[in-house]
Design a protein around this ligand. Structure first.
Ligand code: SF4
Ligand code: SF4
Length: 442
């Protein structure tokens, strides 16, 4: 029904939805030729699918109430597939799956999953069901087990459309995941480098998101969040060769890196992307949080650089910023329950108290450089100019963790909270929204 007539007396009918426009053109959408052609098509549709509501509606618009084309192909099912192709496009553009397509030719043409079976890669996002104009697709399973699947589906379609049209130009979450924020934070002087001393360093470009995308990332991975989410921001690197630890020499799949892991590496002065992935893998494998791990080690490194601790305390390890081998060794020690790693594994609050008491360290200095509140290490952002993010850290029960307090982007990047009132309002609704988010299992 999308026929149009081309200009310049060509009298040529084309389908507007897939006609390539190479220069500005004028088209006829309701010429006599177009209208007559649509009428015939409407009659053919009505002949084949006489009881499908949308076919009846279109035919009526074209002034057609009866068809001369009834045949053995006539399908009286009111929910018959009319081969419009909307589901094929939705599956390709929203969940990026390409599971649905047409098969067969001529009168045998039909919409199907590969080889006519049920494809296990279908994530039950319901996009195809939503866009189908006839009700031919009805999804009966939903592995997300939502309370109201249709409500969630309908609300999600707006986000799906935004992801499909905007993400590649803006956040690129579908390409690189949350690691895209490394670039943004570095450019806005918010990327923690060398234990939050700097918000940006030239070396940070070595761990920009494109480095991971172009050299390591091989797949989107499901992180146990909402199946069928069209953002699909979780990424993974297959076949990564480990250089240290109990799996040295093995090729493994690394789930990540997320922004916080890459930024935490910058905080330790480690700008080698292979270090980021190795650190990421072993933290995951040992069940250790990359944020607390990075922030604590960044603190320990600054203490080492300032002579608070020496190789005597570290068991011979040189802990200057950037020594990734030493960071990994402490990580393995912590997992094995040995050496300096065990001590560092207790976290910043413990280390501050111990080194003030046992080494006579200056409490003021350690409190200045030991980035923890309520016993929890800071997330990976330079927050000193963001009152909103700091307020969030103070108000969150668990301490300075970004889940309930992630206002830094609105505050410092988008400048959406310019006044005290705006920041206060952000601190009012954002934690509630994130708590709701978590309660829904999203
Ligand atoms: S439910 Fe989603 S993934 Fe499955 S076929 Fe439909 S659009 Fe594709
Ligand atoms: S199943 Fe629905 S959306 Fe897909 S081609 Fe058929 S009518 Fe169109």
């Amino acid at each position: 029904m999308c026929e149009i007539e081309l200009p310049n007396g060509k009298k040529k009918l084309v389908t507007s939805c897939n006609y390539p426009i190479r220069e500005p053109i004028k088209v006829q959408t309701h010429s006599d030729t177009v209208n007559n052609h649509r009428k015939v098509l409407a009659e053919m549709y009505l002949g084949r699918w006489p009881n499908v509501q949308i076919v009846q509606d279109i035919a009526k618009k074209c002034g057609v109430t009866e068809s001369r084309f009834a045949s053995e192909l006539t399908d009286t099912n009111p929910n018959a597939c009319i081969l419009c192709g909307r589901c094929v496009r939705a599956c390709k553009e929203f969940p990026l799956e390409q599971i649905l397509d047409f098969a067969g030719r001529g009168i045998k043409r039909h919409m199907t999953m590969p080889f006519g079976g049920v494809d296990e890669h279908c994530v039950e996002c319901r996009s195809c069901e939503y866009v189908c104009p006839t009700g031919a697709i009805q999804i009966t399973e939903d592995r997300n087990h939502p309370y109201d699947a249709i409500m969630i589906r309908d609300a999600g379609m707006k986000i799906n459309a935004e992801m499909a049209t905007l993400d590649d130009k803006e956040n690129r979450m579908r390409q690189v995941g949350t690691a895209n924020i490394v670039d943004v934070m570095d450019q806005y002087d918010l990327l923690p480098c060398h234990n939050y001393k700097f918000g940006s360093l030239p070396d940070a470009k070595k761990i920009y998101c494109d480095v991971f995308r172009d050299n390591f990332l091989t797949q989107g991975a499901c992180d146990g969040c909402w199946l069928g989410c069209s953002m699909a921001c979780s990424k993974a690197a297959d076949g990564f060769l480990l250089k240290t630890g109990p799996y040295k020499g093995h090729r493994v799949t690394v789930d990540g890196p997320e922004y916080e892991t890459a930024a935490g590496s910058a905080n330790m002065g480690c700008f080698d992307p292979e270090f980021v992935l190795e650190f990421n893998f072993y933290c995951d494998t040992y069940g250790i949080d990359t944020i607390s791990m990075s922030t604590t080690r960044a603190f320990v490194m600054e203490c080492f650089e300032n002579g608070i601790i020496t190789k005597k305390e570290t068991g011979g390890l040189d802990l200057h910023f950037g020594n990734g081998d030493a960071v990994l060794e402490i990580l393995h020690q912590a997992a094995r329950g040995e050496g300096f790693g065990v001590e560092v594994g207790q976290g910043i609050k413990y280390l501050k108290e111990k080194w003030i008491k046992e080494l006579g360290a200056d409490p003021q200095f350690l409190n200045d450089i030991g980035m923890e509140v309520k016993g929890l290490e800071y997330s990976e952002y330079v927050t000193k100019e963001s009152l909103a993010q700091q307020g969030g850290y103070a108000m969150a029960i668990k301490g300075p963790q970004h889940d309930e307090a992630w206002l830094i982007f609105m505050d410092m990047v988008n400048n959406q909270l310019p006044t005290f009132e705006d920041k206060a309002e952000g601190l009012h609704y954002f934690p509630m929204w994130r708590t709701w988010f978590a309660l829904q299992g999203l």
